[in-house]
Design a binder for this molecule. Sequence first.
Ligand code: CMC
Length: 391
Amino acid sequence: TGAITLDPGYKNTGSCESAITFLDGEEGILRYRGYSIEELAEKADFLEVAYLLIFGELPNKIQLQKFNTDILDQSIVNEDMKTVLHGFPDSAHPMGVLSSLTSALTAFNPKSVNVESEEDMYKAIVKILAKFPVLAAWTLRKKNNQTLFNKDTNIGYVESLLKMMFQEGSKNYKPNKVVVNALDKLLILHADHEQNCSTSTVRIVGSSHAGLFASISAGVSALWGPLHGGANQAVIEMLEEIKADGGDTSKFIAKAKDKDDPFRLMGFGHRVYKNFDPRAKIIKKAADEVLGQLGVEDPILEIAKGLEKAALEDQYFIDRKLYPNVDFYSGIIYRAMGIPTEMFTVMFAVGRLPGWIAQWREMRLRKEPIGRPRQVYIGETHRKFKEIENR
Ligand code: CMC
């Protein structure tokens, strides 16, 4: 087998060739299919970006309409899925529930597992794009003991997600336009990020030819961790803690620098970006705009800005090239929109869904081999079996 190269965390190992997302960590560049993230966040909507990521081109009007209609046709979630949902305690974290429900989708759609042709693949893709936001909204409704709604098929993808999350009483409920636009932008910024932890998980699970929904469910679980998507929840909890402590950021910076203290500055640092995270730049600006438009004053926005400034001037963070990442300011916007903290990572998952799908589809179309890393064995050599009396 030859010598095995060891690369913990795959810091220098490419796992695949991909034509989806370009990322230059030194220059802070992020492009989907060659289009810069700044331009897409400004000019495109989330469904167009989903199409772009998955199929490689921006859709024309007819293509987009067909895509939208195909998704709407699949938006009803099987009633029995509600029984699965109601089996969870109200205290369950929405990410655990979302991952389980996504996995359960396989049971209710067994045909979606064997994708032999591009057509099968398309059907599975449209199904998950249609049902995932419904499940995401349901995790919130269930927690609050509220009625579960189906998708309103007369409004846009992001607007209907917000409607399913927040609708009360009247069917005429309309989410605030500022909130719809801001969420659209946030979801675009989260839509793909090449071979990150959850995406690599989706690819590796899918590489065994497990179905798309099982692969996405695994991706949701990987995203949940605080070092990955779970950071958006952890950031707000950290900022709240700083506020409760009187607002002094220096104590927390000192804790983050202390190697004997496991505390890290949440929303700071990135495996690939060593200059700045272009998504964080856009989100920081959007946070000011959205809070202004919604008339929300949130003291933790000032704390976040103060913390960022102090960290960026500190030699520890300078030496290690640690900058705010996508999760540092996103939670402040979600909060201003009225989204509960525990739901932040669920929003990230809805945003990342097109990326996971695109990467899974690319992997299958390229007929990539099963993902199977090697190891360097460091355990015992050959030992003689010891009878239980002698142990
Ligand atoms: N606070 C304090 N020190 C840090 C931080 C931080 N947030 N991030 C990295 N470091 C230090 C780390 O201790 C190490 O120091 P030393 O060289 O003295 O041992 C050095 O910087 C390099 O860190 P690393 O852990 O080797 O870097 P990594 O590429 O393995 O980890 C990371 C990247 C994002 C997991 C890490 O920066 C981190 O834990 N950040 C906080 C969690 C977070 O915000 N995650 C969201 C990432 S972006 C969105 C997403 O992926 O979903």
